[in-house]
Write a protein that binds this ligand. Structure first.
Ligand code: PBG
Length: 324
């Protein structure tokens, strides 16, 4: 290999024009998905303490927020519901007049061009905060699938453009695909939270969605953060079952996983830049220890560089303003 002084990598760094010409990765607002939290009541806009700039909003208010998101050029939102009542089965999740179903209708009415994704899970709707039906403290896998399929169908009937199962039960992509197809909804894609780790980075979200498990944790279904090879297995299973987009979650501590999944499969990869990742940047910036905008853009760029086609992020609006 030719060495210094013939080789000088800095030659391509002196000029901002050349730096831009040889830049390998670029961020685009077109790849952002902005999460919205929908709650019951009217005229509600409740700040989420550990997620500055994020709110739990009632259906009437969320439609206005969706309009603002779209005006910034962000093409899609993902909806999470915070219902008025919770029960053992999480029946609010598939109520045709549940918070998410109502919000989907309102948003599609207010901003038809905005692509509306819904999170499909039971944990925000169950009294115990677990992602499925419980028996003797265990989450039952197969009986939960039927409920998840009902949730997905109810979201799409309300007008959702894509569903995103986040529960990590075995077989749920197939159950949802079959249910959608048998309802004549074969054209609706599934974005699977295929590679979802049992992460402490979900802390602020659980405060927002009031979905912290009443006992125990999610380690019996979400992945062990120590595992890398298993991510490929999970993604392969979900693709086989009919997932159209594969998600890796969280993003920042799992860039190696995003890269692995990107290289192993030819489906689009989404990465979820989760609540704890967002909260950390805000906390650091508030203390004056880091530059909010620069760190935010560097994080988003790193997720894109690792291989994410889509980025679900609470930073979407702030980043869109910078990207212009
Ligand atoms: C489950 C779900 C969670 C998140 C998205 N969907 C929480 C969990 O698994 O406990 C976390 C998102 C975030 O932290 O930003 N419905």
């Amino acid at each position: 290999m030719v060495m210094f002084p013939a080789v000088r990598p800095r030659r391509l760094r002196y000029s901002p024009v050349v730096r831009a010409m040889v830049r390998e990765t670029s961020l685009s607002v077109a790849s952002f998905v902005y999460p919205l939290f929908v709650t019951f009541g009217s005229n509600v806009k409740r700040p989420i303490q550990s997620m500055p700039g994020c709110f739990a909003e009632s259906v009437d208010v969320v439609a206005k927020s969706a309009r603002d998101v779209h005006a910034l050029g962000i093409p899609a939102v993902i909806l999470f519901g915070i219902p008025e009542r919770k029960d053992e089965q999480g029946s609010g999740a598939y109520d045709p007049n549940g918070v998410v179903q109502l919000a989907v209708r309102e948003i599609k009415h207010a901003v038809p061009e905005l692509f509306v994704i819904t999170d499909v899970c039971l944990c925000e709707y169950t009294s115990h905060g677990h992602c499925g039906i419980l028996e003797d403290g265990q989450i039952l896998n197969d009986p939960t699938l039927e409920l998840l399929a009902r949730v997905a169908v109810s979201h799409v009937r309300a007008g959702a453009d894509m569903v995103a199962p986040s529960d990590m039960m075995d077989g749920r992509v197939l159950a949802i695909r079959r249910a959608l197809d048998s309802e004549g909804l074969a054209t609706i894609p599934i974005m699977s939270y295929a590679v979802k780790y049992a992460s402490a980075f979900y802390g602020p979200f659980r405060e927002a969605a009031d979905s912290t498990p009443a006992f125990g944790d999610r380690k019996s279904h979400q992945m062990d953060p120590a595992n890398r090879r298993e991510a490929i297995k999970e993604a392969a299973i979900d693709i086989e079952e009919g997932a159209d987009i594969i998600m890796v979650k969280p993003a920042l501590s799992y860039l190696d996983i995003i890269s692995d999944v990107k290289h192993a499969f030819s489906v689009p990869v989404a990465a979820y830049n989760v609540s704890g990742e967002y909260a950390m940047v805000h906390a650091g910036a508030r203390l004056g220890w880091i530059d909010y905008e620069k760190v935010m853009m560097e994080i988003l760029l790193s997720i894109k560089r690792a291989g994410a086609d889509l980025i679900l992020t609470y930073f979407a609006k702030d980043a869109a303003k910078i990207l212009g």
